[in-house]
Each structure stands twice: as C-alpha cells, then as structure tokens.
Design a protein around this ligand. Structure first.
Ligand SMILES: Nc1nc2c(c(=O)[nH]1)N[C@H]1C(S)=C(S)[C@@H](COP(=O)(O)O)O[C@H]1N2
Ligand SMILES: [Mo]
Length: 499
C-alpha cells in the first residue's frame, strides 16, 4: 500500500506530532491544571534541576515570563515524549507488519510513562488514549482510501489527521479548564470551622472597609487581587481529608495534626501583609489579607523542641522547603482561612504557614511538615542565592498618579514595614529637597500590616521628581540606599519623574 500516509516518513512524523499535541490536550482534559496533568511533573523537574544562577537571572530579568517560558518548555517536552512514543509504535508496527501495534503501543508507552511521572493510574489514560486515537484515525483514513490520485489523497488525509488532532486538542483544553479546581479567593467557599470566630472576622473585614481611603486608583486595605508566587505553574491539589502536618526532627515527641484537629482548636483572625523578596522596589507583589489560623507555638511546646540551631525547616506538598529561626515561627499561625473564606488552593489550601513580619517566601503554602533542625540548612531560595528568610524591608510604593479636574495631581500607594508598623509616609515633589506628610488610612488592628497613603499637590509647569518614603512606629525613616532585589530584597525610596 504505497499510497498510505503511514507508509511515508513525513506521514509518520506528521501523525506522531499530531499524537503528541493530542496527548497533552487529552491529559489536560481529564486532569485540568492539577499535578496529574502530564506536563506538571516535567515542569517540576525542569524547575528543580535548573541551576540557581539561571533561575535568579530569569526572575530578575524576565519576572513571571521566565516561569511561563519554563512551563511552555515543559508542555513542548511532554508533547515530544508522546510523539516519540507514537513514532516508535508506528515504526515497530510496520516492521512487525501488524495493524494493532501502532495504536496499542502508543497508548501503552504513553500510559506507562505518565504513571511513572504522575503516579496516577486512571488519569494517565487521558493522554494515552487521545494519542492512540490520532494513530487510529490516521490508520482508518488510510484504510478507507481507494488508491486513486495517491498524492493529493494523502495530503487530504494528512490535513484530516492534523485537523482532527487540533480540534480534539482545543476541546481537551476547554474541558480541562473547567476541571481546574477554583484558585481565586472570591470563588472560595465561606469558612466554617468550629474554632474560628467568624463574627470577629467579619467585624475586622468591616473595619478594613471603613478605614480604607476613598481613592479609586489603589487596592483597598484588603487586596482584591492578591499576588501569587509559586515555584511551579500548577498548584498542588491537596485533599483536606488526606492532609496532615507532622512536627519532626529534634523534638522530644513527634506530633501529627489533621485538618479536623486544627479546625477544632481556637483560631485567631489576623491581618498580615505579604511581600515577595524577588519583586522590584515598586512592584505589585505586596498584598494584605485577613488570615484565620491556629497559633503554632503551642504545637512546638507540645513536641518539646531540642534544636541546636534554634531553627526549623518547613516543607510543602510541592516539594518547596524553607529554613528560618524557630522564634519567627513561634509568632506564626497555621492558616486555613483567608478573608472569611476557606483558604484558596492558590494560597496554600488546606493549610499554609503565616510568619508575620517576614518576607513572603517563608510563608509556606500546602504545608506538610515542620522539621526542627539540629543544624542550619538552606531553603529552596537560599540554595539559589537569595536571602529572603528574614524580616521584610520597609517600603512606600507609588501606584497611583492622576491629574484631577482642578489641575492638581493626586498620588497614592501603600506603605509597609512588617511588624515595625507604619507611622507616616512623606512625599517630596522636588526630588527630595522638601518633604510633606501624606494622608494615611486609619491603622488596622494588627501590626504586620500595610497602610494606604495619598497626597495631592499643585504640579509645577516644568519637569519634577516625586520621591516617597515611610517612617515606622519607632520613628525610623526608611533607608534611602538603593539596592536591587537580588539577593536580599529591594530597598530605597520610590521615585517618579513627571515631565
Ligand atoms: N509551598 C510553597 N509555598 C510558598 C511558595 C511556593 O512556591 N511553594 N512561594 C513562596 C513565596 S516566594 C511567596 S512571596 C509567598 C507568596 O504567597 P501567595 O502566593 O499566597 O501570595 O508564598 C511562599 N510560599
Ligand atoms: Mo517570594
């Protein structure tokens, strides 16, 4: 059958490629954006094995684009793996002169590979069956051809196969999107936990609403769009019923807590702002929420800490880990609620650590283990050169500048200094020569929290530089010295030129 598409080299390549794309889409259709998606373990492996210097370079030069590139690479590699499986099965089928081998072989290789990578016996069928489906379609189209006008018929079949694979892929991606567990806070269900004081949570949220400044251009005191930073593009999806947290290592007695245990214990509602050490000085990765969780120190006492270094390693379901002083953790919460709702998957459902006053990176999401250490060790980001486990640096951000109808200009933003608190924000419109106090939002009931600021002035006719700085509760003015974000987080006063 010399006119068969699958008898030609390019035909087999084409069908294999189409099978690769369909395999990725079919996997996604069944799993959505969850760790069972075939590209997820591939991305994790890429992330973990990438040299730290390259990761840090990508973060500082590309920002989140670096991670997107990594994810696209992972999807490409996954499609390549499926395509190679189909190609091997096709070649083997031809050598054996067997019509069953190509489809069954494709399905089998992809399925075994997927099970090895994802540990999901049933969900691995999605990629395997769709890839095999493309091979079957190509075979059926070949079998149905009558042999006349071989070249153009082959082209038609080639187009048919590719078209079908792409159509099926589009369908697969839209089905998969629908299956992706809810990630955003708004979609999270309301909190219902025996130990949580929901009236207190609502009262605090009301306070935040009342204390916010009436400025359109800046985020409210409780962020509507809370930033996310993850080492992987696909978040773990942990079942609360299966979740447990163990306190291990240098303790008198190991402790294991499950979700019900935690929800039954007296919880606290606490405002806390998170800021990412890897963000630019005036970047957007700083946000505030009301967190509901159980104070962690009682568990450390119960376990009986025997640490030689007074330090702990927190570990998570996404293989993330961070090390820092145990004293910082003693002020922390095991959080299961956010803004009166269940903690969303994207922010660490079912349970994350909250460590007030420290850079975001030690606020470990999808927390599974607290290991009390004998000796200092390095966390995930410290292994990659960062120093982000300590207290946050103070910052006053400038995110809003608007000319008002009366010709004046309104400026605004947020200021944050960890648990040191914000007592004032000062604005200079002459490049730092003279300073004036900005208007601040009323403080929120907890200390580790940002404040909004606004300042309105008559802009001069010529070019001028606006500088913003904050003062903490002790009266300390935020240092003016500018540093980049790598390795210890950005410092300095935010400036902006107006022409
Ligand atoms: N398990 C886990 N926890 C994590 C991370 C992560 O990638 N995995 N990212 C950290 C970083 S760098 C920051 S800044 C904060 C961000 O928290 P958010 O995504 O809830 O805003 O989570 C931290 N906790
Ligand atoms: Mo971060």
């Amino acid at each position: 059958m010399a006119d068969d598409l699958l008898d030609t080299r390019w035909g087999r390549l084409l069908v294999s490629g189409a099978a690769g794309i369909a395999g990725v889409a079919g996997s996604y259709a069944l799993t959505g954006a969850s760790p069972a998606f075939l590209a997820s373990p591939v991305e994790r492996t890429l992330t973990r094995t990438m040299p730290g210097a390259i990761v840090s370079f990508a973060i500082t030069t590309l920002g989140s684009l670096g991670q997107q590139l990594n994810f696209v690479t992972a999807i490409g590699l996954t499609a390549l793996f499926v395509a190679l499986a189909a190609r091997a099965a096709l070649i083997f089928g031809e050598a054996a002169n067997n019509r069953i081998v190509p489809a069954v072989g494709t399905a089998l290789i992809v399925w075994v590979g997927a099970v090895v990578l994802t540990d999901e016996v049933v969900l691995s069928a999605g990629g395997a069956l769709s890839a095999a489906g493309v091979v079957v379609v190509a075979q059926v189209l070949d079998a149905a051809s009558d042999g006349s006008d071989p070249i153009s018929a082959k082209r038609r079949r080639a187009l048919g196969t590719v078209g079908l694979a792409l159509g099926a892929s589009a369908l697969g991606f839209s089905v998969g999107r629908g299956r992706t567990p809810a990630a955003t806070g708004d979609e999270a269900p309301p909190l219902q936990a025996p130990g949580a004081d929901l009236e207190d949570a609502q009262a605090k949220l009301d306070t935040a609403e009342a204390n916010g400044l009436a400025v359109d251009g800046i985020e409210p005191l409780v962020s509507e769009q809370f930033f996310e930073v993850d080492i992987n593009s696909i978040d773990p999806s942990v079942d609360a019923a299966d979740w447990s947290l163990t306190i291990t290592g240098a303790v008198e007695e190991e402790i294991t807590l499950d979700y019900d245990d935690l929800q039954a214990m007296a919880a606290r509602n606490q405002f806390s702002t998170l800021r990412c050490v890897g963000e630019t000085l005036n970047g957007k990765k700083m946000d505030n929420a009301l967190w509901t969780g159980v104070p962690v120190d009682q568990f450390l006492d119960e376990a009986g800490v025997q640490s030689g270094c007074e330090c702990v390693m927190l570990r998570a379901d996404d293989d993330y880990f961070e090390e820092f002083p145990i004293d910082a953790l003693r002020d922390g919460l095991l959080v299961y609620g956010m803004n009166g709702k269940l903690l969303p998957r994207s922010h660490g459902y079912p349970v994350r650590a909250l460590v007030p006053g420290h850079w975001g990176e030690i606020n470990v999401k999808w927390l599974t283990e607290i290991e009390v250490l004998e000796q200092e060790a390095q966390g995930y980001w410290e292994k990659r050169g960062w120093h982000g486990t300590g207290p946050v640096k103070a910052v006053a951000k400038l995110h809003h500048a608007e000319l008002l109808d009366d010709g004046r200009r309104e400026l605004g933003g947020h200021a944050y200094a960890g648990t040191r608190g914000v007592s004032a924000v000062e604005v200079s419109t002459d490049g730092g020569e003279t300073w004036s106090a900005a208007t601040l939002s009323e403080p929120l009931p907890d200390d580790d929290v940002w404040r909004q600021w606004t300042y309105t002035y008559d802009p001069p006719a010529d070019a001028h530089t606006v500088v913003v700085r904050m003062v903490d509760e002790d009266g300390t003015v935020q240092p003016s010295e500018e540093t980049g974000r790598f390795p210890s987080g950005p410092s300095g006063w935010v400036t902006r030129e107006f022409a």
